[in-house]
Design a protein around this ligand. Structure first.
Ligand SMILES: [Zn+2]
Length: 345
């Protein structure tokens, strides 16, 4: 009996050993591999993915369809909501941009549109287009239907560019930006900031907690960098006088045109013009400059404006988003950078 037991133990012992060693090895691998991966993957490429986390607030019910006022025909198109977002992203961001930038644009456009539709249910449609909550121009967001895009951009672009945009919209389907449990009302964006975005109150009237000035460091590929526009002093004077006829500028000369102050995003806040003063935004609009982020150089009778960036400078910089994406940042990181304190659900 003892001999049999001894023999049995001797036969099974090596198998038991191998089994135990395997268990130990597997445990080590399971514990250490994730630790190694977390240290290899750079921080900007990791997402705090909250998709599975429970959202503490009520989520917004996205509309299934959307009505869009077509500015050229004067008619109203009703189409599926996500299809509309694909048309907006196609018009608002080049398809050559990184897919993470396109996803960020899709979430921003979806949030902006959802807020407009939901608000219209309570307050009615905007007076500019009483028949629909959104129009297809820069007044709201530029939009074209799939058929219109095919006619304008051709079937090749539909195969690569449009497909890439559709993927970005589908990959973020239904996702919206929230701030402290409320749907973000103004997911504003612009082409490029020139290095830093603006506080909302420095460009528009009211402060918005998630539209605050942030650095936008990756805009190397942006257009409208160091853009020079020159006028004679008399050309400059006549442009500002005709744009702001009620302002008394007195005598405008090369000695009395001076930048007085700048905003935190480096745009011109106030500028002295003759005996009057204008905001940087007013000068930008009067002269047709790409940005209020400009410097002035006066030489003899010539006044040269050198501007950086394009657009109002508030919210997400599109070139900045593309630059971040190319540096490895995800769309969630891009959105939380440009819309401070927001969350995506
Ligand atoms: Zn509109």
């Amino acid at each position: 009996m003892f001999v049999r037991k001894y023999l049995k133990r001797k036969i099974y012992m090596p198998y038991i050993k191998v089994f135990l060693i395997s268990i130990v090895c597997m445990s080590i691998l399971l514990i250490f591999i994730p630790m190694v991966i977390t240290h290899i993957v750079p921080d900007n490429m990791r997402d705090d993915d909250k998709d599975n986390a429970s959202y503490p607030y009520d989520k917004v019910d996205l509309p299934k369809t959307i009505s869009v006022y077509r500015t050229e025909s004067g008619s109203v198109d009703k189409l599926p909501f996500e299809e509309y977002i694909k048309g907006v992203v196609s018009c608002e961001m080049p398809s050559t941009f990184h897919s993470e930038a396109l996803k960020a644009q899709a979430v921003a456009a979806r949030t902006y549109s959802a807020a407009k539709v939901i608000n219209s249910e309570t307050y009615g449609n905007p007076s500019a287009h009483p028949s629909a909550p959104l129009c297809d121009s820069t007044h709201c967001q530029v939009f074209k239907t799939e058929k219109e895009l095919r006619n304008i951009k051709g079937s090749e672009w539909m195969k690569d560019g449009y497909e890439k945009i559709c993927d970005a919209v589908d990959d973020t389907k239904g996702k919206l930006l929230y701030y402290k449990g409320e749907l973000v009302q103004q997911a504003l964006f612009h082409s490029s900031s020139g290095g830093a975005t603006e506080n909302c109150e420095d460009v528009f009237t009211a402060a918005v907690p998630y539209l605050v000035s942030v650095e936008s460091p990756y805009e190397d590929e942006a257009t409208h960098q160091d853009e020079e526009t020159s006028f004679t002093v008399s050309e400059f004077a006549s442009l500002v006088r005709s744009a702001y006829p009620s302002t008394d500028f007195g005598n405008i000369s090369s000695d009395n045109i001076k930048i007085i102050s700048r905003s935190s995003g480096n745009r011109v806040d106030k500028i002295k013009v003759g005996s009057g003063a204008l905001t940087g935004r007013q000068i930008r609009e009067a002269l047709g400059l790409s940005s209020a982020n400009f410097t002035i150089d006066i030489s003899g009778d010539t006044i040269t404006f050198t501007s950086n960036g394009s657009g109002h400078g508030v919210g997400m910089s599109q070139y900045g988003a593309d630059g971040m994406a190319k540096k490895g940042y995800s769309y969630k990181k891009i959105l939380s950078h440009y819309y401070s304190g927001t969350e995506i659900y």
